[in-house]
Write a protein that binds this ligand. Structure first.
Ligand code: AMP
Length: 579
C-alpha cells in the first residue's frame, strides 16, 4: 500500500512526517521541518513557508498568516488582485509541504492524515478536508492534534529508567495534552486505551505566542517613544518588523538568561527611520507575560474539572507547541503535576509524527518504539538563598537543567553577586532533586573571578548537557569580560578530575575557594571601614593606595598578590590599633 503522510497544519507552523523503518520521521522541509504557515505574494511569485515568513515582516499587506483561524468561515482573503477562500490558502500550504517533501524523499505524495484541534467544529473539519482536496491530496483521515501527540508519545520509550512504562500494564491511563502554539492554546485530557478518547478539551483560540511577542513589542515601542518621541503603535510596517524582532527575543530567552535587541532602520511614518538598543532578561519576559501563562493554567484546571480528575490522576502531561519551550511554562505545570510526570518529546514535531503513525496504522505498517534520551537528574548550581538573613547557612541548589529534559539541552540562568566588589563566585554543580546541596551529588565545580562591581551584578551561568552526559558550564559576569568554563562527565563523576580534587579531604579545593573569597572580602571591607574611620589624611591616603593596589592585583590575578595583601594587612593592623 502507498505511504500515508502525516501533516500538522498549524496556525503558525506546519510540519510533514512519514514512517520510515517503523519510526516517524519529520521531513526537513525549509531546513528543519518546521514550516511557517505563511503565504506571501512577491510580484507574480507566490511564496510559501520560510521565504513567505521572511517577506511577511516587510510586506504584511501582501501576506497571509494564521489562516487556520478562518477555516470553516466564509471570509475572503486578498492576495494581490485576487481573493481567496481560507481553504485555498491552506491548500497552498499543503501543496508546498508535499512538493518540498517530495523533492527530499522522492516518490509521489498523494495520501495524507491531517490533524486539527480537538475543539474544531464539523464545518472546520470539512474545510480542512476541502483544503486537502484543493491541494490534490486524498485526506485519509482527520485526527485530533492531542490524540496525535498521545499516539506519538505512546511510541516513545524514555531512556530514564523510572519514567519508562511498566511492562504488561497500560502504562498511562490519563494524559493531559497542553498545546501552546503561536496563535492558539488548547488543553485536552485523554483516556488512553484501545482507542484514545478525548475526555475534555478546552482552551483559548485567541491566546498564543503572538501575545507574548506583543508584550515585548509594547516594551520596545515605549522605549522608542521615550527616546525619540515617536508613537508607532498603529504603524503596521514598524509593528511587523518589531514583531519579528520580539519573537527572536522570546526564543533566545528560552535558552539564554538575557539578550540584547539592537535594531536600526525601523520604519516610521515620517520617512526617516529610528533605532533601538535595549536588553531583555528572562525574568523581564516572565514578569511581562505572567498573566498569559496563568490564563493557560485556568484552562488546565477547567479541563481537569470537566474530565472530573484531580492532578494526581493525570499520569502524563505532554507539552505540544513551540511556546512550551519557554522554561516558565514547564516550570508552572511542574508545580501542579510534579516533574516526574512531565514529558520529554519534541513539542514541535509530536503532532505531525503522531499523524504519520496514524497513517502507518491505516496502511498496515509496523511501528517501532522510539528511544528518547533525557537528563536523569536535575542539574543545579549551589547558590546563597537571598531570602535568609544569615546567608552562609542557606546554601541551596538552584535548578538549571530540570530532570527529564530531552537532550542535548542548553539552559542558562542569571544569578547576582551579593556584596559590593565581590571578588569571586564559586560554581559548584550538583545533580539531584533536592534544594539542599547535602542531599544532592556534587559533580564538579570551578570559580569565576569577578571584576569590581556593585552588589547585584548579574552573572549568567549556562549549562549544556550532551548525549554523552557531558556537562559544559560557562559562567560570565555580565557587562565585564570575565568568563570561565569547565566540562564535567556527569555519568562518571567519581572519575572526573575536577570532582576528585574537590572531594578530597581537608585540603578540599571548594573550601579553599570559599575561604579565599571570605578572606578577600574581610580584608577589603576592613580596609574600607578604617579609611572611613580615620581622620588622619596621610594614613587615609596610605590605606586607600594600598587597597587600590590590592584590588588591582586581584583583578589582574597578579603574581605578587600575597606581598601586596601582606602590605595592606600590616597597614590595617597598625591603624586598627590606633582606632
Ligand atoms: P507552533 O504554533 O506550535 O508552531 O508554535 C509557534 C510558537 O512557538 C511561536 O509563537 C514561536 O515564537 C514559539 N516558539 C518556537 N520556538 C520557541 C522557543 N524556543 N521558545 C519560545 N517560544 C518558541
Amino acid at each position: 500500500m502507498d505511504k500515508i503522510y502525516g501533516i500538522d497544519l498549524g496556525t503558525t507552523n506546519s510540519c510533514i512526517s512519514v514512517l520510515k523503518d517503523g519510526k516517524p520521521y519529520t521531513i526537513p522541509v525549509d531546513g528543519n521541518g518546521i514550516v511557517p504557515s505563511v503565504v506571501s505574494l512577491d510580484g507574480e511569485n507566490l511564496l510559501v513557508g520560510r521565504s513567505a515568513w521572511n517577506r511577511a515582516a516587510a510586506f504584511p499587506e501582501q501576506s497571509v498568516r494564521s489562516v487556520k483561524r478562518l477555516m470553516g468561515t466564509a471570509e475572503k482573503l486578498k492576495l494581490g488582485k485576487k481573493s481567496y477562500d481560507p481553504e485555498d490558502i491552506s491548500a497552498m500550504i499543503l501543496r508546498y509541504l508535499c512538493d518540498e517533501a517530495k523533492k527530499i524523499e522522492g516518490g509521489d505524495i498523494d495520501k495524507v492524515v491531517i490533524t486539527v484541534p480537538a475543539y474544531f467544529s464539523d464545518a472546520q473539519r470539512r474545510a480542512t478536508i476541502e483544503a486537502g482536496k484543493r491541494a490534490g491530496l486524498t485526506v485519509e483521515r482527520i485526527i485530533n492534534e492531542p490524540t496525535a501527540a498521545a499516539l506519538f508519545y505512546d511510541q516513545v520509550k524514555i531512556s530514564s529508567p523510572d519514567a519508562a512504562p511498566v511492562p504488561g500494564k497500560t502504562p498511562w491511563q490519563h494524559v493531559l495534552v497542553y498545546d501552546l502554539g503561536g496563535g492558539t492554546f488548547d488543553v485536552s485530557v485523554l483516556r488512553m486505551g484501545e482507542i484514545i478518547e478525548v475526555m475534555a478539551s478546552t482552551g483559548d483560540t485567541r491566546l498564543g505566542g503572538d501575545d507574548f511577542d506583543r508584550r515585548i513589542v509594547t516594551r520596545i515601542l515605549r522605549q522608542i517613544k521615550e527616546k525619540d518621541g515617536l508613537d508607532l503603535e498603529d504603524y503596521v510596517p514598524a509593528l511587523a518588523r518589531l514583531g519579528a524582532v520580539a519573537e527572536k527575543v522570546k526564543i533566545t530567552l528560552s535558552e539564554s538568561a538575557a539578550t540584547r535587541v539592537s535594531e536600526a532602520h525601523i520604519p516610521t511614518p515620517k520617512k526617516k527611520t529610528c533605532s533601538v538598543s535595549m536588553e531583555f532578561s528572562r525574568e523581564d519576559l516572565e514578569e511581562m507575560t505572567d498573566d498569559l501563562v496563568e490564563r493557560t493554567i485556568t484552562s488546565v484546571e477547567k479541563a481537569m474539572d470537566e474530565a472530573k480528575l484531580t492532578p494526581d490522576k493525570i499520569d502524563r502531561v505532554l507539552l505540544v507547541g513551540g511556546m512550551t519551550r519557554m522554561p516558565i511554562v514547564a516550570a508552572r505545570l511542574e508545580r501542579i503535576f510534579g516533574a516526574a510526570r512531565m514529558p520529554v518529546v519534541d513539542p514541535d514535531l509530536s503532532v505531525a509524527n503522531g499523524a504519520a503513525i496514524q497513517g502507518g496504522i491505516i496502511s498496515g505498517a509496523n511501528c517501532e518504539q522510539i528511544l528518547v534520551d533525557v537528563t536523569p537528574h536535575t542539574l543545579s548550581l549551589e547558590v546563597l538563598s537571598d531570602r535568609d538573613e544569615d546567608y552562609l547557612e542557606t546554601l541551596i541548589c538552584a535548578p538549571i537543567i530540570p530532570r527529564n529534559t530531552q537532550i542535548p539541552a542548553t539552559r542558562a540562568r542569571t544569578f547576582h553577586s551579593i556584596i559590593h566588589n565581590q571578588d569571586m563566585v564559586l560554581l559548584n554543580v550538583y545533580q539531584g532533586e533536592s534544594t539542599d546541596p547535602n542531599e544532592n551529588t556534587l559533580i564538579g565545580g570551578t570559580k569565576l573571578k569577578l571584576a569590581k562591581a556593585d552588589a547585584g551584578c548579574p552573572i549568567v551561568v549556562e549549562y549544556s548537557y550532551d548525549l554523552n552526559g557531558i556537562v559544559h558550564l560557562v559562567a560570565e559576569q555580565k557587562g565585564y569580560s570575565r568568563k570561565t568554563e569547565i566540562r564535567i562527565d556527569s555519568r562518571n563523576p567519581e572519575t572526573s578530575q575536577d570532582l576528585s580534587e574537590i572531594e578530597e579531604g581537608e585540603e578540599n579545593e571548594a573550601d579553599d575557594f570559599e575561604e579565599e573569597a571570605k578572606a578577600v572580602n574581610f580584608v577589603t571591607q576592613r580596609a574600607r571601614s578604617l579609611i572611613e574611620a580615620t581622620t588622619d589624611k596621610d594614613k587615609q591616603k596610605l590605606l586607600t593606595d594600598a587597597l587600590k593596589r590590592y584590588e588591582k592585583a586581584l583583578n589582574d590575578d597578579d603574581d605578587d598578590i600575597d606581598d601586596i595583601e601582606d602590605e595592606l594587612l600590616a597597614l590595617i593592623e597598625e591603624n586598627a590599633e590606633e582606632n
